[in-house]
Every structure is written in C-alpha cells, then in structure tokens.
Design a protein around this ligand. Structure first.
Ligand code: NAP
Length: 242
C-alpha cells in the first residue's frame, strides 16, 4: 500500500524515519511553510495539494491506501479536511496528536481561545514574547501599547507588520538556560504560546516558570471525530495492523 504521511511536526520526522527503516511504501507531504525543512527519509512532495479537489485527485493518482496525519496540533484546516475526505472515501486515517501541556506547580498560565483575546491582559509598556510563529502574527494587531517580539525560524522577508514589534530569528531546539537568558535579556513580561505540547518546546515554559513570567496559553482548536493516537509508537502499531 502507499501510505501518505502528512508531515510538519517532530513526530512526523520520527515516524517517517521508522517507516523508511521498515522499507514501507510511503510518501511524505510538507506544506512548504519552512524554507529549509529538514530532509525526510522517504520520497517527499512539498506544497499544498490545491484545495480539496486537488487533495482528492492526489490521493487517487498516488494510489494512497492510508493516511497518517502528523501535522502540527494547530494545523486544523489540513487535519479537518483530511479526516473528512478520508471518511468520505473509506480510506483509513489516523491522526498523531501529542498530549497538550498541563500547568505544573509554579506555572502562571491563563488560557485563551484566540490570539485576539491576549490584549486585555497586557499593560501599556510591557514586553510580550510571541512563541506562536509568524503565520498568526497579524491576529495580534490589537496589542498596540506594548513591545512585541515574535520568534520565527526563517529570516523575515518583510518588515514587522506593526510599528511596536520586531522579529527574532531562531531555530529550535531552545535549551531552558538559553530561553531563560533570552527572556531576562529582553525583559519579557508576558509569554504567549499555543498549546502545542511536546517536551522539546516546553523549555520556554520552564524558563517562564523560573523567571515568574506569566503565560497566555492559546487552547487547541477542536479536533475532528477520527482515529487518534498520541505517540509515534502507537502510529507504527496502527500501520503494522494494515
Ligand atoms: N499552525 C502551526 O502553528 C504550525 C506550527 C508548526 C508547524 N506547522 C506545520 O506547517 C504546515 C502549515 O500549517 P498551517 O497551520 O498553515 O496548516 P493549515 O492551516 O491546517 O493548512 C493550510 C493549508 O496548507 C496546506 N498544508 C498544510 N499541511 C500540509 C501538508 N503536510 N502537506 C501539504 N499541504 C499542507 C494545505 O493546502 P491545500 O489546501 O492547498 O492542500 C492546507 O489547506 C502544517 O503542515 C503544519 O504541520 C504548523
């Protein structure tokens, strides 16, 4: 069978490596959001499918027999659509979704549902560190009276969209000590993150806890009604059963 792995997360890289090692017939798909993504170990296509029709056409032309969706927990459009199309075509579909973060002792988290809800928490003159990436930056347009720092992987291709902000280029992993030093250096008052989950990117939350920095935690979007596992190992079991 040809297995389509929708990539775009750390789990996808690990899954692809294991699938390649097992010699399975698989193709990975990247959205093309990162300019220089790490190379994957199976044949990889890059870029959107061209909407739902394009996706349906691709599934047929590539003779895809099952789909594992290992995209980021906040990539809800591709996840919703893939789950729906696969259900429609009776194509086996599995989402790999790592557990979300839960606060621990010493954490000061406030949960919000949307980026736009952050503004009332921030006082004039404060410094806000966005660990949310550049794609959703424009949703923070109402953060007007503070300083905004937005970290992104690729160097910016244009100016910061608001007068009160700046980009900071950085490629993970970010060790806790480095995050702590960075937040201190920038005098960060608020950290805003998406509840992506996973140990590697939890380091910024540990640094915030140690420095007493409050966190605005953006809740995950709703997930489709579909088969779901939390780990790569469980995804490999699901694949093996097919
Ligand atoms: N959202 C985040 O916070 C975040 C963080 C880290 C990494 N990522 C990764 O970046 C990618 C884009 O994220 P997003 O939030 O923009 O996604 P999205 O809103 O769910 O999807 C937008 C469009 O991007 C294309 N797309 C998304 N993932 C794809 C994949 N793996 N292969 C081919 N096309 C894909 C599809 O285009 P067509 O309609 O043309 O098929 C989809 O309709 C995802 O793959 C995700 O895993 C996202």
């Amino acid at each position: 069978m040809t297995l389509l792995i929708l990539a775009g997360s750390g789990e996808a890289k690990t899954l692809v490596r294991a699938v390649a090692a097992a010699g399975l017939d698989a193709v990975a798909s990247l959205a093309g959001a990162t300019r220089t993504p790490a190379k994957l170990d199976v044949p990889t296509r890059t870029g959107g499918f061209g909407g739902e029709d394009g996706f349906r056409g691709y599934l047929q032309s590539a003779n895809v027999k099952a789909v594992v969706d290992a995209t980021h927990p906040f990539a809800h459009r591709i996840t919703d659509r893939t789950a729906r199309v696969c259900r429609d075509l009776a194509l086996p579909y599995l989402q790999v979704l790592r557990p979300q973060w839960e606060p621990e002792d010493g954490d000061t988290w406030t949960f919000i549902d949307r980026e736009e809800e952050a503004a009332p928490f921030v006082r004039p003159g404060q410094t806000v560190f966005l660990g949310t990436g550049r794609q959703t930056l424009r949703r923070f347009a109402n953060l007007t009276d503070c300083r905004i720092i937005c970290r992104q992987i690729d160097p910016p291709t244009g100016p910061f969209p608001f007068p009160n902000g700046q980009f900071l280029v950085g490629r993970p992993p970010f060790p806790v000590a480095e995050e702590e030093a960075l937040f201190k250096d920038l005098s960060v008052d608020w950290l805003i993150v998406k509840n992506a989950g996973g140990a590697p990117s939890r380091t910024k939350l540990i640094a915030a806890r140690r420095l007493g920095i409050p966190v605005l935690m953006i809740n995950r979007p709703p997930m489709p009604d579909a088969d779901r596992v939390q780990t790569v190992e469980a995804a490999l079991d699901w694949i093996a059963r097919r």
